[in-house]
Ligand binder design. Sequence first.
Ligand SMILES: Cc1ncc(COP(=O)(O)O)c(C=O)c1O
Length: 391
Amino acid sequence: MSDLAERAAKLDAGDPLAGRRDLFDLDDGVIYLDGNSLGALPRHVPARVADVLTRQWGRLCIRSWTEGGWWDAPERIGDRIAPLIGAAPGHVVVGDSTSVNVFRAVVSAVRMNPGRSEILVDATTFPTDGYIAESAARLTGCSIRPVNPQHVPDTLDSHTSVVLLNHVDYRSGRLHDMGVLTAAAHDAGARVIWDLSHSAGALPVDISLHNVDFAVGCTYKYLNGGPGAPAYFAIRPDLLPLLDQPLGGWCSHRDPFAMDAEYVAAEGIAKARAGTPEIVSLLTLDAALDVWDGVDLHQLRAKSLQLTEFFVECVQELAPAATSVTPQGDERGSQVSLSCVDASDVMAQLISRGVVGDHRPPDLLRFGFTPLYTRFVDALRAAEILGEIIA
Ligand SMILES: Cc1ncc(COP(=O)(O)O)c(C=O)c1O
């Protein structure tokens, strides 16, 4: 056995999260390293979804809205996500896509900061956040300024209304300093919105500790909520009474069934809802969240850092032509991005040999490490196959 193989076996044997892998329905012939795009299916979810369809819909039908807890699902499931992002209970709601929630958060934040006219947007952002912020800026009469997250403190001024940032860069895997950047924005009188799509479920996130104003994120990556799973919107408790969101609909009305012509917003986090919730997707997510029961997020982070470090080491030894563009240690999320020649072709070959990551143009291979189900032996085997392909 090679030194790397021995170490992988030892690390797996000592992994306190190893047992969690059995909760997932994984194909033994595949090394799945794309949980940062679409998380794997937890085994118990199909039966729970079957119950939603056949009993809750099929038998109870409309009664499920009240007797089956459908109506409150967005807030109830929000409360299950709250501990994963450090939000206060009653201040997270689930529904709509991340794009829609970015819009909701940006316009709401601008409305809380009258007289300020500039929105700073992470220049390295996942594109949808930039597109939506640009549209929100046009609607609110603001201007947009793209800025690299590390330059935010030097760019803030008395015109800055809102700063929209990604906690982990989707391309490089860089983890930004939520505490430092949020404090800088607050010192300048600006509001901050964090997109947690690549950090929630990958590492401990604490938006309360850092006094974050708004947070949004998707649930189909590290939270394993399934394709198209609804996103979440979180708000700092003292800002909730001030929230004037742009998509208030009948489900965020104080008395939805009064069918009143006049809009009066609900008082709690329900005021961040809009229309009829996506019940089947919501309840799929609800079931998937069971895999987090009893998980220590600090243990999760420790494993994620060990896994990604080990993978980089294996790549350096076995596939040295691919170089990591992901920062080391605390500045890394739970992914490794490698730059290499013919990246698109290399990823296609990796996938055909059972190593599933993804490619981001022009030259990046992205590998997501999901500490609940990725093993050290997977990291090693992926690097070995990569080395064979590149050679
Ligand atoms: C940082 C980030 N924001 C948003 C999204 C997607 O938004 P939506 O759920 O609206 O498709 C992604 C998808 O990969 C993402 O990485």
